[in-house]
Write a protein that binds this ligand. Structure first.
Ligand SMILES: NC(=O)c1ccc[n+]([C@@H]2O[C@H](COP(=O)([O-])OP(=O)(O)OC[C@H]3O[C@@H](n4cnc5c(N)ncnc54)[C@H](O)[C@@H]3O)[C@@H](O)[C@H]2O)c1
Length: 452
């Protein structure tokens, strides 16, 4: 092994176990994202569509030196569960099965949905834990009743147990694809496991449904990821519980659309020491997510998540001359005619040599759920891999998929998509006992020069 380009961490690595048997993927929130992901997996299984955008299915990873030309698919390097071994389940506040919910979501063509109709119709949501206080714009009736939140958590744990048993699953993972809940700050009830459990018994109003799902998952030994921007597994009580139970967790808020673009573009400006004065971002979308975000309290949760990205990438405090005056604004407007096809506009005011101003305009006609679906699949499969590799607690290497990556307390998150990718790939190499890659490459030049 060449010390210039790679290094190993064998001592901290436990061998990863094989992905045998069935993997249950449980989704709280079978809406646009959840149903698009499930339909895509079913279509991929039948060879009807390719799982584009999914690293676990189509991504490659370099091993060794560039001169070795080894670039296997990630799934050929690491023992990632096969799509054929996945069984889907989930919860929703509406009774629609996944086929019906996918029709309502209007993301996929009817002709495609017909091809996977029997598989989708088979998946019927379990009754949800729901609190209208947290999502005022929705009014579903398919919900659990319970005297206390502890009782509701117990019911979820029972759902998890019986799903696992009746579907003959060896392992489970859970990815929250439910609506964005209203903004709440971390409070004493979230600080310790004891305070949280006390709060469950006393129906503490600051325990949102997504927290109850996270608790039920972790208590059941099921890895959990949060795709929405609200608090869920990212409070000290859940982090501690995950550590104690040896469960992998990750969050939060799937990185798609405008924020994905931001974390592609901003690192480029910063890399070239170009200044940024202003970044105005506006969006229109007309799906159910847009309806929920039309409520100011739910939008606040999203806004906090979206705003943090630029500051972390550009670091105005470290680089005040280039980014000290940065003005960043994000707007989302509900516009039903666009459905799931979100449209975003970004006006970016940058400046270059001698302070001369320039402008960049980005008009992204994206499909939100098409971008989010592969993220859900990858999170489910990578969390399952992490769990089998004996990794528990916060999985920061999955930051790649999130707008607000969950990190250890006090550790600033990394938002740069490319640094996140390096971390993800090196973690996969580490899990598999491969040399890590630093991209230094000086030795190649030496070897190539010497070979001349
Ligand atoms: N699509 C994207 O690009 C994207 C990006 C980042 C984050 N997200 C987040 O992912 C989540 C899902 O997005 P979507 O477009 O599928 O929204 P959606 O409104 O289509 O689906 C959400 C579903 O969750 C259900 N739900 C709400 N509360 C629930 C609860 N307590 N238990 C079970 N089900 C519940 C709703 O009934 C709905 O069917 C949202 O929080 C959204 O903000 C989406």
């Amino acid at each position: 092994m060449d010390q210039n380009t790679s290094f190993s961490l064998p001592s901290s690595r436990s061998p990863v176990t094989a992905a045998t048997g069935k993997l249950g993927v449980l989704i709280p929130g079978l809406g646009a994202v959840g149903t698009t992901m499930i339909a895509g997996v079913e279509a991929a299984k039948q060879g009807l569509a390719a799982p584009v955008g999914s690293l676990t299915q189509m991504g490659r990873i370099r091993l060794g030196k560039r001169t070795e030309n080894r670039n296997p698919l990630i799934k050929d390097l690491a023992p990632i569960a096969e799509l054929d071994d996945i069984v889907f389940g989930g919860w929703d506040i509406y009774e629609d099965n996944v086929y019906q919910a996918a029709i309502v979501a209007k993301v996929l063509d009817q002709s495609m949905l017909e091809k996977v109709r029997p598989e989708l119709e088979r998946i019927k949501p379990m009754t949800a834990v729901f609190d209208k206080e947290y999502v005022r714009n929705l009014d579903g009736k398919h919900i659990k009743q319970g005297a206390t939140k502890a009782d509701l958590a117990e019911q979820l744990m029972e759902d998890i147990r019986s799903f696992k048993e009746s579907n003959g699953c060896e392992r489970l993972v859970m990815v929250w694809c439910g609506s964005t809940e209203k903004y709440i700050e971390q409070a004493p009830v979230h600080a310790t496991i004891e305070a949280f459990e006390e709060g469950l018994r006393n129906n503490d109003p600051l325990i949102a449904p997504s927290l109850i799902y996270a608790y039920a998952a972790i208590m059941s030994g099921v890895p959990f990821a949060n795709g929405a921007p609200n608090l869920s597994c990212d409070v000290p009580a859940m982090v501690e519980l995950a550590k104690r139970r040896g469960v992998a967790i990750a969050g939060k808020d799937f990185k798609t659309g405008q924020t994905l673009m931001k974390t592609i573009l901003a690192p480029g400006f910063e890399a070239r020491a170009l200044g940024v004065k202003g970044w105005f971002s506006t969006n229109i979308l007309g799906n159910r997510d847009g309806l929920v975000l039309d409520d100011p309290e739910n939008f606040k949760t999203k806004e906090v998540s979206k705003l943090s990205v630029l500051e972390q990438v550009l670091k105005p405090d470290v680089n005040p001359e280039l980014y000290g005056d940065l003005y960043h604004k994000v707007r989302i407007n509900y516009y039903p005619p666009h459905g799931d096809n979100k449209e975003s506009w970004d006006n970016i005011d940058i400046f270059g040599w001698m302070g001369y101003p320039m402008q960049i305009k980005v008009n992204f006609l994206c499909r939100d759920s098409i971008l989010a679906a592969p993220i859900v699949l990858d999170l489910a499969l990578f969390l399952d891999l992490a769990q089998r590799a004996g990794m528990s607690g916060i999985q920061e290497w999955l930051s790649f998929y999130f707008k607000s990556p969950q990190t250890a307390p006090g550790l600033p998150p990394e938002h740069d998509l490319f640094k996140q990718l390096i971390k993800l790939q090196n973690t996969v190499r580490h899990i598999m006992g491969e040399d890590l890659i630093t991209h230094l490459g000086l030795d190649y030049y030496q070897e190539l020069v010497e070979a001349l």
